[in-house]
Design a binder for this molecule. Sequence first.
Ligand SMILES: Nc1nc2c(ncn2[C@@H]2O[C@H](COP(=O)(O)OP(=O)(O)O)[C@@H](O)[C@H]2O)c(=O)[nH]1
Ligand SMILES: [Mg+2]
Length: 246
Amino acid sequence: MTTAPEVSVVIPVYNEEGILDASVRELARGLAAMRVRYEIWIAENGSRDATAALAAALAAELEGVETFSIGSPGHGDYGAALREGIARARGEFVICEEIDLCDLDFHARALERLRAGAADLVIGSKAMRGAHDRRPLGRRVATRVYNGLLRVTLGFRGTDTHGLKAFRRSVVAPVAARCVVNHDVFASELVIRAQREGVRTLEIPVSLAEKRAPSVHLTRRVPKVLKSLFRLMISIHLGVDPSRRR
Ligand SMILES: Nc1nc2c(ncn2[C@@H]2O[C@H](COP(=O)(O)OP(=O)(O)O)[C@@H](O)[C@H]2O)c(=O)[nH]1
Ligand SMILES: [Mg+2]
């Protein structure tokens, strides 16, 4: 593609051979129907299944679909993949997606706000008034506990940081490049740093029903999340940026 797209959709993926192909095709069809000039970045790392090969086949077949794989099999890192996807994006706007969601309704509503200049970062909230979160109870509670933790430890103002977001690339990509943590907490760091740096942010409610259970079990994510959160507190409150990202 020679002309830059208006919208870059970045989707981190990890062991998603079951839903990758159908989800990307459906997303591409939906964006085309919305008459959006798009590119879709399939950002893979760590997969031990056929995800990387399927992504490469999609990129070869479909105009506007691109992919990369970083790291080695067994070393998944959602944040590293998302950060790299944002760095490669060429669109005026970037949408951070998840392969089990691909929520075109969020795309349409977020792009409307961004194009109108109502905000430079739009966050799809699973926990604000008007949201419909149909995930299991344990995960809904975890979202609230985690966001409470972000409010207390990092001064986060809002109801959700993890998941769908859309932003003006010229404003928010430089913030992403300055983030210091990876894995799940990268998504929170991006939102919190943007807020702290005065980026105009806006939360809009989302309706959410996952196409499958998460690939990594909730309790297995907790130690890594707490470690990243600790690093982030040091970085934000003491201004010391750990030299190595983890
Ligand atoms: N590249 C990459 N993507 C990941 C990793 N873990 C999860 N994802 C992707 O992130 C998105 C959300 O993951 P999911 O398992 O549904 O967790 P949730 O965010 O708690 O719902 C999906 O597109 C996953 O494939 C990872 O380690 N690396
Ligand atoms: Mg999910």
